[in-house]
Design a protein around this ligand. Structure first.
Ligand code: GLY
Length: 332
């Protein structure tokens, strides 16, 4: 009996010793982000990455951490997700989100969500509580109501910037350069998070309002597993942002995972896949990647992409090409 107890105690100590260092990496969207938007993006990604990291520090799961980081950005009008989402041609918000757990490849996704503040939380509930993986429109709403989510008036999700961006699109609209109307102050973006928890489990979450001036019923890459989101504990996790129609044709998230599965490191795989998509389809994107051993990949072919991560008591962040800023991170 004593031997038995000693064995389990030792195993517990050894497991603790070899526990992974938790890491969370997030993005706040790729695009031609205007100078006036940079500060808001930096503030927003730093708040969101801390929200996610707090969960990891307390021993929480990667899945809960990525949800918390994305919820923070869904609340922030500096990002194209939740409140502040871009509008469709009818002037409505229609949001999409997906989440994936790398331990068992389980997923949850929602699309055409119009009257809830946090599509990522509904996607998380689809993952845990639904026999299905992907719910849209009326079905997603019924499911959310059944699970106790409360509706908000759809107009409450519309920001002044989103209204201006749609007006501008209707006057001079041009699809395709980025996911949103970039010639104006609505330079916001899709959001995403990738995390690895102390048990080495990986999760990814991505959420968006889609493309400014999109057709009613348009669905982009963000809720599509393999395009906007992918997580596999055996390889790593990826969240993407950028031109949805291109990302989904290229299955960008899974293209990065495939390269890593074949031995390419996270940074190279992210750069090669994003560049490959842009060369082939002539539109821009960005992606963030964590490998199963905690290596980071960040790359974008757009002008800018905001990102941040916390590792070894430092917050690293940036928005320009080849920019890595850092600050000490002291958890409170
Ligand atoms: N990447 C977001 C969208 O195009 O919908």
């Amino acid at each position: 009996m004593t031997y038995f107890k000693t064995f389990w105690t030792l195993l517990f100590i050894v497991k603790g010793y070899f526990a992974m260092e938790p890491i969370i990496l997030i993005h706040g969207g790729a695009g031609d982000i205007s100078d006036s938007r940079v500060k808001g993006k930096f503030d927003g990604v730093k708040i969101a990455v801390v929200a996610g990291h707090k969960i990891l520090e307390q021993g929480g799961s990667a899945l809960d951490a990525v949800e918390a980081a994305v919820v923070s950005m869904e609340n922030d009008e500096n990002f194209n997700a939740g409140y502040g989402s871009v509008l469709n041609l009818r002037g409505e918000v229609a949001m999409e989100a997906s989440i994936m757990r790398g331990e068992d490849l389980n997923v949850g996704a929602v699309t055409l969500v119009k009257d809830f503040s946090h599509p990522i939380s509904i996607a998380h509930k689809v993952l845990t509580d639904s026999p299905h993986s992907f719910l849209g429109g009326e079905g997603a709403k019924l499911f959310a109501l059944e699970k106790g989510f409360t509706t908000v008036p759809p107009e409450s999700l519309i920001s002044e910037n989103a209204k201006k961006a749609l007006e501008e699109f209707l006057q001079h609209g041009e699809f395709g350069r980025t996911e949103i109307g970039m010639k104006n102050e609505a330079g916001v973006g899709t959001v995403g998070a990738v995390a690895i928890d102390k048990h080495g489990h990986i999760a990814v979450a991505t959420s968006t309002g889609g493309m400014n001036g999109k057709a009613v019923g348009r669905i982009g890459d963000t809720p599509l597993i393999g395009s906007g989101t992918y997580a596999d504990d055996n390889v790593g996790g990826v969240s993407t942002t950028g031109h949805g129609e291109s990302i989904l044709k290229y299955c960008l998230a899974h293209s990065i995972i495939k390269l890593m599965e074949n031995g390419t490191d996270a940074a190279t795989a992210t750069r090669e896949a994003v560049t490959g998509m842009t060369d082939r389809l002539k539109n821009t994107a960005g992606a963030i990647t964590l490998s199963k051993s905690g290596d980071v990949g960040i790359f974008f072919s757009s002008k800018r992409m905001s990102w941040a991560y916390i590792k070894s008591n430092k917050i690293y962040y940036g928005i320009e090409h080849n920019q890595i800023l850092e600050e000490d991170y002291i958890s409170k």
